[in-house]
Design a protein around this ligand. Structure first.
Ligand code: IFG
Length: 516
């Protein structure tokens, strides 16, 4: 073969080999450079790379409850990123290669929700005392990868070890589906957002003046009438008990507890419009589509009110495996103080009778809380410290920091501003353990960011108010305060902007974040 032909032949072969060997992006080799949110307790790098390929198998220790589901979740997400078909298999012991999930209680330093993620060249292991902890290890592993890999790029993960555990047991968000109704699909998308950032509670504000959103079979008019509209006069809507159970199951698969809130005795116009007998004067109220608060109350002196509450709590409690039932209790401005206290003390006994623990807005501290009660601090420090003095736990939701319906700044078209403006740094730069004089970490169950929806009508608007603030609340709930500061967090958050784009999240591009 002539020299020229031979060199052309060799060039052609090299070109062919180059074309079919997937190009690898610059393999990441320093795990500590990953922009994790929440920031893990400790990350060490060993300078090499593990590659996810079509031969990667996600193994899970045989015979462990719930781990197969977590393995399937990881395999599905790795498949979505890579376009590869990643399979799961049970394993009697740690394999020599692949990804391996194991529940083992032999690392007490991690607590129940902590995990250790170990990434070597051939083997990735995620170990925890619980399936939830393994799930959180999967979220950390997924954050070492893009949401979507470009083309035929190999998925290379930097090697090293992450040892991690949460600061608070309750890391939640609240979605008000009463002012504006959000579909089952919308709620599921919100659940996906929470899971990606290791949050583990979604509190659904199901009832208010403008809407009753959960089917109660023994009081059908609550949804037929009370669920028929919303703020602004739209068509409203409601969840059948079957749909609600579907939401609960979907959340549970991602280790998220759904907490139902039936707000009472105030914020009850939708119920008062549905049943005349619930009103003290026996007159049904008109449906309400405005955004005023504090003008409604159940009739705390009538026995039928407590039959109503008993039926509602019984039916809703039967739909939730989680331990908490939220009784609301906020802004009962037209309920006399003693009547309010009497009402709360009867209602909390009903909740306990149906096997649940009480959560309520901080006003419920004016009653004598039953064992296991949690007071949700939103605006009144005195109520909250009174709750602590009476033996209650505290859920931190300071409106001035954690109300996601607050405008970012005066130019934000959506949202309210009665609690002040909450730019991304202001929503991040606070410590629940030093937020309220007289409330220390030992009193705090956890943190919850709330999205009230008087001005939020759909998923795009929800996403604009929730992102980019939500990851910050997740980090406040998960990461120790001495590992958190706005400067370094803002750089990590900037890296998540690409993730928000790939997830088609319509987020607010705060000028305080150096987006890439
Ligand atoms: N406060 C009311 C909410 C809602 C909110 C809007 C609580 C506990 C103002 N109660 O926050 O119903 O209207 O920011």
């Amino acid at each position: 073969m002539k020299i020229i032909a031979k060199s052309v032949y060799i060039a052609a072969v090299l070109l062919f080999l180059g074309a079919c060997t997937p190009k690898t992006s610059q393999s990441p080799t320093d795990l500590t450079q990953t922009s994790f949110i929440p920031q893990p307790a400790s990350v060490t790098a060993t300078g090499d790379a593990y590659t996810v390929s079509s031969s990667t198998v996600v193994y899970y220790r045989a015979g462990t409850e719930g781990l197969q589901q977590t393995a399937a979740y990881l395999a599905e997400h790795l498949g979505e990123i890579s376009g590869l078909a990643i399979i799961t298999e049970s394993a009697e012991k740690e394999p020599s290669r692949g990804i391996y999930l194991e529940i083992s209680g032999d690392d007490p330093g991690l607590g129940n929700e902590g995990y250790e993620l170990n990434i070597d060249k051939k083997l990735v292991t995620i170990k925890s005392a619980s399936a939830a902890g393994c799930f959180y290890g999967c979220q950390t592993l997924l954050q070492t990868l893009p949401v979507k890999a470009a083309g035929d790029e190999l998925l290379a993960v930097a090697t090293g070890t992450v040892r991690d555990f949460p600061e608070y047991a309750y890391r939640g968000a609240m979605l008000d589906v009463a002012r504006h109704f959000f579909s089952v699909e919308d709620v599921k998308r919100m659940i996906d957002f929470l899971a990606a950032y290791k949050m583990n509670v979604l509190h659904l504000h199901l009832t208010d003046d403008q809407g009753w959103r959960i089917e109660i079979k023994s009081w059908p008019m609550l949804t037929e009438i009370g669920g028929s509209t919303e703020v602004g006069g739209g068509e409203g809507g409601y969840y059948t008990q079957e749909q609600y159970a579907e939401i609960v199951e979907y959340a549970q698969e991602q280790h998220i507890t759904i907490i139902p809130e039936i707000d009472m005795p105030g914020h009850t116009n939708a119920a008062l419009a549905s049943y005349a007998e619930l009103n003290c004067d026996g007159e049904a109220r008109e449906l309400y589509t405005g955004i005023e608060v504090g003008f409604s109350t159940l009739c705390t002196g009538k026995e039928i009110t407590y039959q109503f509450v008993d039926d509602v709590v019984r039916e809703v409690a039967a739909l939730i495996p989680g331990p908490w039932f939220h009784i609301g209790g906020d802004e009962s401005h037209v309920t006399a103080h003693d009547d309010y206290v009497y009402f709360v003390e009867r209602v909390q006994d009903i909740v306990v009778k149906y096997g649940k623990k009480v959560i309520g807005w901080d006003e419920i501290a004016n009653a004598t809380p039953v064992e296991g009660t949690t007071v949700q601090f939103w605006d009144d420090v005195e109520n909250t410290t009174m709750g602590v003095d009476k033996g209650a736990m505290v859920l931190m939701s300071p409106a001035a920091r954690a109300y996601m319906d607050m405008k970012y700044d005066p130019t934000t078209k959506l949202g309210l501003y009665w609690a002040g403006y909450i730019e991304v740094d202001h929503g991040y730069d606070w410590d629940p353990a030093t937020m309220v004089e007289g409330v220390i970490k030992a009193n705090i169950l956890g943190v919850e960011a709330a999205l009230w929806t008087e001005t939020i009508t759909n998923m795009d608007e929800l996403e604009y108010m929730v992102f980019p603030r939500l990851p910050g609340y997740a980090e406040i709930g998960w990461t120790a305060p001495d590992l958190r500061d706005w400067e370094t967090y803002s750089l990590r958050l900037a890296d998540h902007g690409k993730r928000f784009e790939d997830l088609e999240i319509d987020f607010y591009r705060s000028s305080l974040v150096p987006w890439k």
